[in-house]
Design a binder for this molecule. Sequence first.
Ligand code: GTP
Length: 331
Amino acid sequence: MKKKILLMGRSGSGKTSMRALVFSAYRAADTDRLGQTLDVEHSHVRFLGNLVLNLWDCGGQQSYMDNYLDSQRHQVFSAVGVLIYVFDLVGEDSEEWDKDVRSYKECLSALQDNSPDAHVFCLLHKMDLVDASRRRSVYASRVEELRRKSEGTQINCFATSIWDETIYKAWSKIIHTLIPNVTDLERRLDYFARANGAKEVVIFERTTFLVISKSTERSNDLSKSEQERQIEMKMEEEGYPPADSTATVAIDESGLYPGRFGKISQLIKGLRLACSKLQSQFQAIEMRTNAFSAYLDILTPNTYIMVITADPKIELSAIKLNTQLVRDHFE
Ligand code: GTP
């Protein structure tokens, strides 16, 4: 199954950088060396065995943008599964922003004509360059404007930066819309989590470490007021940047930090890069603290599984054995 993903936005907004970070073994610091994309750079990424992501990284220079919207209009905008439009927040210059929004609207209109069922994601990128105390208000006003100008098209927005976990969170959500039979997978994972008394079980794609599916136990011991928690959860769901360090940290229904999945993707990819420098291959992790135990291992040829337990009576060796026994069911 092939899914076409259009990656668009003005030149220098960070499209190739995020692609290199998520799909290749790039570190954020290495993206400085990437040159401008000439016209469209196509890549095919095999994802979960039979899903092929057909990524169109569309160079953002004005002459290319004019071509996409004119002579190449049908070729570029037809049969699209997902449009990802990357907005550069550098300097928050309002003239550049207005120009970006105009370009975005033109792309949206071409998409509606040629692929009316495509999902649309807007990434408010380079959020690290906005002062931490202002990130949420800048994000809220930009998203409000984008929703208004998208004229009825349902859009999903995320604050992103290649320097933190937000890029993995956004891409996990994007990929999630393309995975077939994802509810069936979630059902099987819920069953596995319950059978193992796990607090949380997560499946990651093996190369990108994007989250494919997760099952989380609800906690009865939430330390925040329910109303406060619901507000934080809604913000998390709507792609807001994490609260700055002076604010109270959000928790979700498990009583844990909701940005943890992206953080794990980021950390494991960093670890894997470090391992490859030592010419060794990262395989599995076991971790025990006085509050929880964690086990991360290969599940299928295309996925990793992570199991978290908070019950000291549950042996990791039992979870390991169960993981081996269910591998065939997740193929
Ligand atoms: P074209 O190929 O010309 O369309 O540009 P592009 O959108 O592919 O931009 P590219 O990925 O080449 O990134 C341009 C610059 O932005 C690089 O120097 C990156 O290091 C930098 N960059 C990308 N993402 C981020 C980010 O999240 N934060 C910051 N501070 N810089 C970023």
